[in-house]
Every structure is written in C-alpha cells, then in structure tokens.
Design a protein. Structure first.
Length: 167
C-alpha cells in the first residue's frame, strides 16, 4: 500500500525497516470528515452573522439618534435625522459633518459593510424624520426596524423622554 511519510529509524536485528505515515485512503477519509463537519457548521455561522449584523445596524441607528439629540442640546438648535431613502437603506443627520469625511454630510448606509442590513420601517408618527429641538426633545416618538437575514431589531425613540432603546 502506498504510504506518505519517512522511514522509521533503524530496524532491530533481523527485522526489516517499516514505514511510518498515513495512507492516501486515510488522508481522504480525514478530509471527508472535515468537509462534513464544515458543512454542518456553516448554517449556524451564517445565522450568527446575520444576528450580529442586525444588532450592529440597530445599535448604530440608536447611537446616531442619541448623537443627534446631544448635538441639538449642545448648539441649542434643532437637529434632524432623516430616513429619506428606505429603498437605499440609509439615513442622514442633516447639517452635521461626517466624522470620517469632514465637509461631507453625515449619511449612514446600513446596506453597506459591516451591517449588510435593510431598513424595514422608519416611522416617527407617520413621518420618516425625527427632529430634536434645542432642548433635545424629539418632535415625535417612533421606531426603526432593521433586518439582516431572518433577524430583526427595532430601535424605539420615546417621545416624552427622548430615550432610545433597542429590542
């Protein structure tokens, strides 16, 4: 039988040297077992990835709503968050510069990496825009629902307190 490996050390007196290693058949069996285990684990991995992406997109939206509220309070002027293009799965913090690209409008696309999610709904009392006044009070409460794969997360803005929650 064909063996892969090196010769074993010197043989005892009167014995022929033996070969150490694995056969090609053994190698193929090990590779097949690894392929089966990988195929079984892949669906769980992709499900976990979708759950992570939905959570990350929701947390980003929640963070940006809190940021808009803080910005409105700090400059004592209104600050809007506009979910202006549900088909593009993006939103904009109007009047704010993007922290990564100074001079450009702060626009976030949840359809891009690392989120790879979609905005299912954005409803603030029948509108897709929330405006925080100079005191940080939102003009209305509402929610934004994002989805990645089979996983959805909802970001809720309370109209009275301005508190943002993710569920």
């Amino acid at each position: 039988m064909l063996r892969i490996g090196a010769l074993r050390g010197a043989a005892h007196a009167g014995q022929t040297p033996s070969r150490a290693g694995v056969t090609i058949l053994e190698l193929i069996i090990v590779l097949m077992v690894m392929a089966i285990l990988t195929a079984a684990a892949a669906p769980k991995f992709f499900d976990s990835l979708a759950r992570y992406r939905a959570e990350a997109a929701a947390q980003r939206i929640a963070h940006d709503l809190r940021l808009a509220r803080r910005q409105a309070k700090s400059i004592s002027a209104s600050q809007s968050v506009v979910f202006n293009s549900p088909a593009a799965h993006q939103y904009e913090l109007t009047g704010m510069d993007d922290p990564d690209r100074p001079g450009q409008t702060y626009v976030v696309s949840v359809a891009a990496e690392p989120y790879m999610a979609t905005i299912v709904t954005a409803d603030f009392n029948g509108d897709a825009t929330v405006i925080f006044d100079g005191y940080g009070q939102p003009d209305s409460g509402g929610s934004v629902t994002v989805q990645s794969g089979a996983h959805q997360r909802t970001v809720t803005l309370d109209a009275d307190s301005g508190k943002v929650d993710v569920s």
